[in-house]
Design a protein around this ligand. Structure first.
Ligand code: CA
Ligand code: CA
Ligand code: CA
Length: 261
């Protein structure tokens, strides 16, 4: 019993204390530029900018159809994340309500630069977005990559190649029908928690890109619709260094041994 009690004491010391709830750190849901949309939501202590491009020309923010802003997400969530008090906009009747890759473009990307200019270290825990394709030839494979900066660089996640029957985890296409509402997007969350370094410490920056590929470049109306793009995270919880953990463990063992005598 004493040994169990001591082990519980050790676990209490070694476990991270009182993890904070995630918040929106940097996010876009109003798209005011086809090449450098303003990152309209930025947590206190951060700055952020974005750039965007496609394989041929720019993204579109001026849908001229009878349904301006079609392809915008109405669900107010970043992927599935409700924003913990910072909801995405439900506006869907403006061209700038979402970002569109129009037909004929096999690939496109949006790149965020996030700077922690505050005094707290933050863990970046998830990248979120809402996306759906109007028709199947749009660039529906998505790849999240940390291009540079002070979290682990490299590809975080890449979806499979798209199929006409939506049988893979690539972005869903609607076969040319938006249905009765705009609330038809895939809600996508990509975890950053598995990175060796997902902590954007005070003074650190990271450049994170979501890229869309495997479009065929052919066909009319094969658009990709993107909205509610954001990164979430929380103040980093101090975890004891491995050396101090080892010391705690050794002292715990010594106490057990002493009490057994
Ligand atoms: Ca929006
Ligand atoms: Ca959503
Ligand atoms: Ca870091």
């Amino acid at each position: 019993m004493k040994k169990l009690f001591l082990l519980a004491m050790f676990a209490a010391f070694a476990m991270p204390q009182s993890a904070q709830a995630d918040v929106v750190i940097a996010a876009i849901d109003n798209w005011d530029s086809t090449t450098a949309p303003t990152v309209g939501i930025v947590a206190t202590g951060f700055t952020a900018t974005a750039t965007a491009s496609t394989s041929s020309g720019a993204w579109s923010i001026s849908d001229s159809g009878t349904d301006p802003g079609r392809g915008s997400s109405v669900d107010t969530t970043w992927g599935t994340f409700d924003g913990n008090g910072t909801a995405a906009s439900s506006v869907t009747d403006l061209g700038t309500a979402n970002f569109t890759v129009t037909n004929g473009r096999p690939s496109a990307e949006v790149t965020l630069v996030i700077n922690n200019t505050g005094s707290d270290d933050y863990d970046l825990n998830n990248f979120h977005f809402d996306a759906v394709a109007f028709r199947p030839n749009a660039p529906r494979t998505y790849t999240l990559e940390v291009l540079s900066g002070d979290i682990t660089n490299g590809i975080v996640f890449a979806s499979d190649a798209p199929q006409n029957d939506n049988s893979t985890n690539a972005i869903t296409h609607l076969g040319g029908s938006l249905g009765t509402t705009h609330d038809v997007h895939d809600d996508l969350d990509i975890s950053l928690a598995g990175l060796a370094d997902n902590t954007l410490a005070a003074g650190e920056s990271a450049t994170i890109q979501i890229a869309f590929s495997n479009g065929t470049g052919s066909g009319g109306g094969h658009h990709l619709f993107l909205d509610n793009v954001g990164v979430s995270g929380a103040i980093a919880v101090a975890i004891p260094e491995p050396s101090s953990l080892a010391l705690l463990g050794l002292s715990g063992m010594a106490m057990v041994i002493r009490r057994r005598k």
